[in-house]
Design a protein around this ligand. Structure first.
Ligand SMILES: C[S@@+](CC[C@H](N)C(=O)[O-])C[C@H]1O[C@@H](n2cnc3c(N)ncnc32)[C@H](O)[C@@H]1O
Length: 206
C-alpha cells in the first residue's frame, strides 16, 4: 500500500464522532508527569486525535505535534479548543519530518508501530537528535505477545518492540523507566482489552 492509501485508511478510521483512542492521555505520561515541566518544550509524534499533546499543553508545556491524517488533526484541534489549550499541530508524514537538533525537552511516541525496522531506526535516531541534552524520550509500544491478544496494533511482528530493542535504540541514554507489561487498556474503541506493551523513558546525555 502506498503512503496516500495508508493515509486514506487512517482518515477513514478517524471519520467518526468518537475519539478512537479516547481523549485521555496515555498513562505513561500521567504516571511520569513529574518529568514533564511547565514551560519546557515537547514534541508528540504521530499523535492522531491529539490526546497526548493536549495533555502536555494542559501541563503548561510548549507543544508541537504532527500526524499525517488531516481528519485526526481536525479532531485534535477540536480537543485543544475543548480544553482551552494551544498546540502547534502540523501535518507531516513521519518519514519527511525534519528532526531539528537539540530542540525539545521531551519527545513522545505512543503506539506508532506502522514502521518496519529500517524506517523505525531512522525515526528513533531522529527522536534522539531532536532532544536537547538532558531531555527525555517517552515510548509506549506493543510487544510480540500482543499478537495473541489482538486488541490493537499491527500484525507485523518485526514492527513490535522488546525492552532490549528499545534500550539498544538509544545508546548512551540514562534509563529512567522500563516496564514490560500485560495490562487492561481502555483507550477508546480501538485500544480496549488485555494488551501486552512496553513503556520506555530515557534521558539523553548532557
Ligand atoms: C495507533 S495510532 C496512535 C495515535 C496516537 N499516538 C495516540 O496514542 O493516540 C497511529 C497514528 O500514526 C499515524 N500515522 C500512521 N502512519 C503515519 C506516517 N507515515 N506519518 C505520520 N503519521 C502516521 C496515524 O494517522 C495514527 O494517528
Amino acid at each position: 500500500m502506498d503512503q496516500a492509501a495508508k493515509r486514506a485508511t487512517w482518515n477513514q478510521r478517524y471519520a467518526i464522532d468518537d475519539y478512537i483512542f479516547g481523549k485521555e492521555p496515555s498513562d505513561i505520561l500521567v504516571r511520569h508527569q513529574h518529568i514533564l515541566r511547565p514551560g519546557e518544550t515537547a514534541l508528540a509524534i504521530a499523535d492522531g486525535e491529539g490526546r497526548n499533546a493536549t495533555y502536555l499543553a494542559e501541563l503548561g508545556m510548549q507543544v508541537t505535534s504532527f500526524d499525517f491524517s488531516e481528519t485526526a488533526i481536525a479532531k485534535a484541534k477540536m480537543l485543544n479548543a475543548e480544553r482551552g489549550v494551544s498546540v502547534n499541530i502540523l501535518q507531516s508524514d513521519i518519514e519527511s519530518w525534519a528532526w531539528t537538533p537539540n530542540t525539545y525537552d521531551a519527545v513522545i511516541g505512543i503506539f506508532f508501530q506502522f514502521l518496519d525496522p529500517v524506517a523505525r531506526s531512522v525515526v528513533f535516531a531522529g527522536m534522539a537528535e531532536t532532544l536537547k541534552p538532558g531531555g527525555c524520550v517517552f515510548l509506549r509500544g506493543y510487544t510480540p505477545l500482543q499478537l495473541e491478544y489482538k486488541t490493537g496494533g499491527p500484525s507485523e511482528v518485526e514492527n513490535l518492540y522488546t525492552p532490549d530493542l528499545l534500550r539498544a535504540a538509544f545508546p548512551g541514554f540514562e534509563l529512567i523507566h522500563l516496564s514490560d507489561q500485560i495490562t487492561m487498556l481502555n483507550e477508546g474503541p480501538r485500544h480496549k482489552g488485555m494488551s501486552a506493551f512496553v513503556d520506555f523513558i530515557a534521558r539523553k546525555p548532557t
